[in-house]
Write a protein that binds this ligand. Sequence first.
Ligand code: OAD
Length: 251
Amino acid sequence: MDNGLEQAASYLRNARRVAVLTGAGVSKESGVPTYRDALTGLWSRYSFEELASPEGFQRNPAAVWTWYTERREQLAHVEPNPGHIALAQFEALFERWDLITQNVDDLHERAGSARVCHLHGRLMETKCFADCRGAPTLIAPEAFVNGAQPPPTCPYCGSWLRPNVVWFGEMLALNDLIIAQDAAEECDVMLVVGTSGLVFPAANLPNTAAQNGAAVIEINPEATDISRIANVSLRGPSGTLLPMLLEWVRA
Ligand code: OAD
């Protein structure tokens, strides 16, 4: 029994343009925690109001900076898993392949994906908290060694530097949103991997794809709101299922 793999592969074999939306689940097998898993998810262990909002940062910049420093250090010790690698290998099979991730890690890039749209930003970058120049500023690694210290300051205006990730209550970068929306509208297949589909506007992309006639394939061990519109739901870990799906498509 193929448990939907054959049907998913058939949609992909007939597709020219594929859009992919990934979430924290795709990095879980690398050892990066998800956000909403009941026991291990970041938001079940930490307060997102304190650690992932502009107000929380203003109240306690050192604590927030320290927490992101620890996440950056953890990221330096993990590797892409077979799911990331399969997604990078899929890319060559299609006329157009848009990889949109909600993840702030860089595991898709490290696995070899060429173009990645980071809807929720990038953990390894920083930007000025006051947004004085409007664009993220890449950080020198030595600036985040002493996580317990107050954050370093912006070389242009002296305000705190902060990680270049989207916090609760903040807008997504317009350019990224346009890329993601365009990919969802124009794809023949949307592959949705490892996301609970609870955070908008990312969670709306599969609906947009379906409304524009695309087939939606979901890979997730659990059912989500996206399962209701998915043409195929592959139930299991993406580190196992994505390499299997790649084999079926190539067969
Ligand atoms: P969540 O933690 O909400 O959901 C993770 C999903 O991954 C769940 O649906 C799990 O069932 C699934 N999952 C777990 N293990 C998996 C595996 N091995 N393979 C595939 N899937 C697996 O994470 P996101 O949906 O990414 O926002 O969360 C969306 C946003 O909420 C994040 O980007 C973050 C967070 O607040 C920002 O940082 C702005």
